[in-house]
Design a protein around this ligand. Structure first.
Ligand code: FES
Length: 118
């Protein structure tokens, strides 16, 4: 890895609309798990359950575009499976490379439904 490597643009980053999308049920995402969330707009997010708290981030590693939902989750850090870049799922901060933070999205639970504000 090198700082001079180009960052990949995310073609599936959702446009912000301030709407909540219902994306599933809480019981379907066990603690310590991640899931790919595909919105009907074609956009994609990664959703994680960390000790019962849910976090949504872009499902796109800015290094080379791998799915972060498939990454290795340890506490609040997800590590990309391809080359190991790490991100804080609470803030979207890239812990590996500067200027590589990703977007986060608000998640709420209502009657067991998972809703993400996009
Ligand atoms: S694609 Fe290389 S670290 Fe994620």
């Amino acid at each position: 890895m090198s700082l001079s490597e180009p960052r990949a643009p995310n073609p599936k980053r959702p446009l912000r609309t301030n709407r909540f999308f219902t994306v599933g049920r809480l019981e379907d995402l066990p603690e310590g798990a991640g899931a790919i969330i595909e919105l009907d707009t074609g956009a994609e997010l990664a959703l994680f359950n960390v000790a019962g708290c849910l976090y949504a981030i872009e499902n796109f590693c800015p290094h080379r575009g791998a799915s972060l939902a498939d990454g290795e989750l340890c506490d609040h850090t997800v590590a990309c499976l391809l080359h190991g870049w790490q991100f804080d799922v609470r803030t979207g901060a890239c812990l590996t490379e500067p200027e590589s933070d990703i977007e986060t999205y608000e998640v709420v639970i209502e009657n067991g439904d998972i809703k993400i504000k996009v």
